[in-house]
Design a binder for this molecule. Structure first.
Ligand SMILES: [Zn+2]
Ligand SMILES: [Zn+2]
Length: 275
């Protein structure tokens, strides 16, 4: 067992709601597991649900807010109603740092010091990918930061830890632990983890359980799960009712996130696509 693995186990003991014990037996009940998790928070500007698709929102290191694509794209006006040409955060009006700017890194680190889970998670990703000189690739550091963010209830951090155990980049492969962390992430609303759980059940031949996971992911806005249910239907593994239900769930999701402002942004740039 590697040192990082040991570190992970001791950290896990401190996690609220983490029921992983030394034998890696999971004790999450189906009732807990298959509950539809609460949606992502609303955009603090337009008050609509934040889209699930990554390009549907942007995290701001200035104020720590996640702003939807529509509000990110919309022009910003000053108090006199004049359009502000200089790029500013639409929420706190702080001038935006340039890409790969020192200022951007400084702001991210400041948010990390403030215990902001998204900033901690993003810093973890920087170490995971090792994309700049400031962040040489360091899997142990990445895992440590993802644990820290997960403790602050950042769902996607649990998914990253699950993935680490799933493929063994940062730790030794442990499929039971991988599943456990995917479950924690899924229960907190992470749709990728939810889809992964569905995929595992499908591969094990448990189509009923797979469908339950996929349906929750669809309602959470994960189009890939809808596509998977369609394939299961075409292959005769899911019923027409299943597929109809999935389509309805996805429409419900779209009803919560669609707005003319977001449509306008998406039409202007692929980087603002939100579903
Ligand atoms: Zn918005
Ligand atoms: Zn801001």
């Amino acid at each position: 067992m590697s040192s990082s693995n040991t570190k992970l186990d001791s950290l896990c003991d401190n996690l609220e709601g983490c029921k992983l014990d030394g034998t890696a037996e999971t004790k999450i009940s189906d009732e807990e597991l298959f509950k539809q998790p609460p949606p992502k928070e609303d955009c603090p500007i337009c008050f609509l649900r934040i889209p699930t698709l990554e390009t549907g929102s942007k995290y701001k290191t200035c104020c720590g807010k996640t702003i939807c694509s529509g509000c990110s794209y919309a022009p910003v006006y000053d108090n006199q109603g004049n359009e502000v040409k200089e790029k500013k955060c639409p929420f706190c009006r702080t001038p935006l740092p340039k890409a790969n700017d020192e200022e951007q890194i400084k702001r991210l680190k400041k948010r990390v010091e403030m215990n902001d889970p998204i900033a901690i998670h993003n810093l973890g990703l920087k170490y995971y990918h090792g994309d700049t000189n400031d962040f040489p690739q360091d899997y142990d550091k990445a895992l440590e930061l993802h644990h820290q963010a997960a403790e602050l209830r950042h769902a996607n951090s649990y998914c990253c830890i699950g993935y680490a155990y799933d493929i063994g980049t940062e730790v030794e492969v442990d499929k039971k632990k991988a599943r456990h962390y995917y479950e924690l992430a899924a229960m907190m609303g992470d749709v990728i983890a939810r889809h992964n759980l569905g995929y595992r059940e499908e591969n094990a031949g448990n189509i009923d359980r797979a469908l339950r996971h996929y349906m929750i992911a669809v309602r959470g806005g994960f189009a890939q799960s809808l596509e998977t249910i369609k394939v299961l239907y075409l292959d005769g593994l899911a019923t027409k009712d299943d597929y109809t239900k999935a389509l309805r769930l996805y429409q419900e999701y779209l009803g919560e996130i669609k707005s003319p402002q977001r449509d306008k942004a998406a039409a202007a740039h692929e980087r603002y696509r939100y579903y």
